[in-house]
Design a protein around this ligand. Structure first.
Ligand code: ZN
Length: 221
């Protein structure tokens, strides 16, 4: 099984990708993990990648695709199947993924899209606070600290990261929506798109994904 899991920031892709990987005994890759792994080494690619990451800039499509190609072409990955979370980010990357799979006689089975209304995501992410001392993450919605603005574990001050401010979040979500629209059409045309409501209990969302994967496979057989 080869899957991509797509959705806006804050929708819980990482959690669902973990559950899917466990259920089907496949590998879970996020671009963040792949980048970190490559940065540990000292290749030409890691040098190029570091230039963008250090500056906090978006990594260009050709470099992202090269990192994905390397990851997917190692033997263990080829034989086991995988779920990619957060890739592709745009149509160029979606087409590159198809091309590189085609080169090794593989293809993508399904693209799962976790849908969520932007207001819910903004509320969710904007309620995030991080301990400035120990780094523990709190959600004022789900697991607030016992005392306002103070870490339960170490007494450090809880802060809101720049990334979690409402304006920044909204900007990231709008960028996602903009880039995602053509990907959605692309996978819909290929008849591999699965859309699931990403808001709700983690297990309910996961069960919806499983049901849709099953019916998708049945339709195909
Ligand atoms: Zn703390």
């Amino acid at each position: 099984m080869r899957l991509v899991l797509l959705g806006p920031p804050g929708v819980g892709k990482g959690t669902q990708a973990d559950l899917i990987a466990h259920e089907f005994d496949i590998l879970h890759y996020s671009t963040g993990d792949i980048f970190r792994e490559i940065l540990k080494g000292s290749s030409e690619l890691s040098g190029k990648l570091a230039k963008y990451i250090d500056k906090g800039e978006l990594v260009p499509d050709d470099i992202v695709s090269e990192t994905i190609r390397r990851t997917l072409s190692n033997d263990g990955t080829k034989s086991k199947g995988w779920v990619l979370d957060g890739f592709p980010r745009n149509l160029v990357q979606a087409k590159m993924l198809d091309d590189l799979l085609c080169n090794v006689n593989q293809k993508l089975d399904f693209a799962i899209y976790l849908r969520a209304h932007r207001d819910i995501l903004v509320d969710r992410l904007a309620s995030r606070r991080v301990c400035s001392k120990c780094g523990i993450i709190y959600s004022l919605q789900i697991n607030p600290p016992k005392e306002n603005s103070i870490c339960d574990e170490c007494g450090g001050e809880l802060i809101q990261r720049k990334d979690d401010e409402r304006d920044t979040i909204l900007k990231r979500i709008l960028i996602f929506e903009n880039e995602f629209a053509p990907i959605r059409h692309y996978y819909k045309d290929e008849k591999i798109l699965i859309e699931v409501n990403g808001i709700g209990n983690v297990n309910d969302v996961f069960n919806h994904i499983l049901e849709n994967l099953k019916s998708g496979q049945e339709r195909r057989n």
